[in-house]
Design a binder for this molecule. Structure first.
Ligand SMILES: Cc1cc2nc3c(=O)[nH]c(=O)nc-3n(C[C@H](O)[C@H](O)[C@H](O)COP(=O)(O)O)c2cc1C
Length: 320
């Protein structure tokens, strides 16, 4: 966001400008869950607010366009989980569209006092019975009466200016606008790569896949047979290291080397059926993670970011 104040009157206000302006208000981050039609639903929500002490009421707002909207509005209870600074990956997972996969896969949860899912290892939690539903434009405001809560001091995850942050440590120190680090291309690329890949690389542990193996699997997913050199360049690795990784992956039955049909002396690396099965959920999670990373941007900004990077790679020789 530009440093200069931007003014907009009703009627000239675009939803994106409005969202960016609201983004200057820091909030905590929660996961709201409910149980509907025999299955759990959950979404990342920062619209949570306290309402009343007696009776104990809280609220959050659910978007009418969200796939899980009918489930949340139809349920008679919900639970609100406050996320802490270590829960960025979980926040992104629950900010992904539920149509793209089961957000609860491999997460432990129990049905709490109201029947709403309570995710293991997260607190504070507020378990609520729906007290009122109000129309709120493109959202419905769900007011809940708290019937049970788990309190715990914690280091909260924050949402500000379209970014997930933590108090103190995780916050970027503001550098002068024309400082070397703020304008130096290599620094910007490294920092952007840390933001885009860091959390996802941490999530790979869940599938017991190393970053190097993930790169190999992802490169081979859309390409039928690549030479080892070609694969090393695509996966940003030196060839000797790539050879070792391929040996290990071949032993695990994820890839296989087959002779090139035209030049039998050359080997081409292919994904096996087991490799395809292994990479499918990780590819889906990677796409979901990307969508969450790009969510705070307008369509024009998304195209611009990818185009600028693509241009840089193209002009300096694709394939390294
Ligand atoms: C930090 C953050 C806060 C969000 N807060 C809300 C919210 O308060 N209400 C809402 O409807 N969506 C909110 N979203 C968007 C939903 O999490 C997202 O649309 C999700 O895909 C909806 O889940 P569903 O596909 O299961 O319906 C938020 C997303 C993020 C990243």
């Amino acid at each position: 966001m530009a440093d200069e104040p931007v003014q907009a009157a009703a009627g000239t206000l675009t939803p994106d400008a409005f969202r960016r302006a609201l983004g200057q208000f820091p909030t905590g981050v929660t996961i709201a869950t409910a149980f509907a039609n025999g299955r759990p639903v959950g979404m990342t929500a920062n619209s949570f607010s306290s309402v009343s002490l007696a009776p104990p009421l809280v609220l959050w707002c659910v978007a009418k366009g969200a796939p899980s909207y009918p489930a949340f509005v139809g349920a008679d209870a919900f639970a609100i989980h406050f996320l802490d600074a270590g829960h960025q990956e979980l926040a992104l997972r629950f900010a992904g569209r539920s149509e793209r996969g089961d957000k609860f896969a491999d997460l432990a949860f129990v049905r709490g006092a109201t029947g709403a899912p309570i995710l293991d290892g997260i607190a504070p939690i507020f378990e609520c019975r729906v007290w009122a539903r109000y129309d709120g434009g493109d959202h419905t405001i769900l007011v809940g009466e708290v019937v049970h809560f788990i309190a715990k001091p914690h280091d909260p995850l924050l949402f500000h200016s379209g970014e997930l942050r933590r108090i103190g440590g995780g916050r970027r120190r503001e550098l002068p606008r024309d400082s070397f680090a703020k304008t130096y291309l290599a620094y910007l690329l490294a920092r952007a790569s840390q933001i885009v890949s860091g959390e996802f690389h941490a999530a790979l542990k869940r599938w017991r896949i190393s970053v190097a193996e993930w790169r190999v699997l992802a490169c081979l997913a859309d390409a039928e047979g690549l030479g080892v050199g070609e694969l090393a360049a695509m996966a940003l690795m030196q060839q000797p290291r790539m050879t070792k990784i391929l040996d290990k992956m071949a032993r695990e039955g994820l890839v296989e080397r087959r002779a090139d049909e035209e030049d039998r002396r050359r080997a081409r690396v292919h994904l096996t059926a087991a490799g395809r099965t292994r990479v499918a959920p990780v590819l889906a999670a990677a796409k979901e993670h990307e969508a969450a990373i790009l969510a705070p941007f307008t369509e024009e900004e998304r195209v611009m970011i990818k185009h600028a990077l693509d241009l840089l790679i193209e002009r300096h020789g694709a394939g390294g």
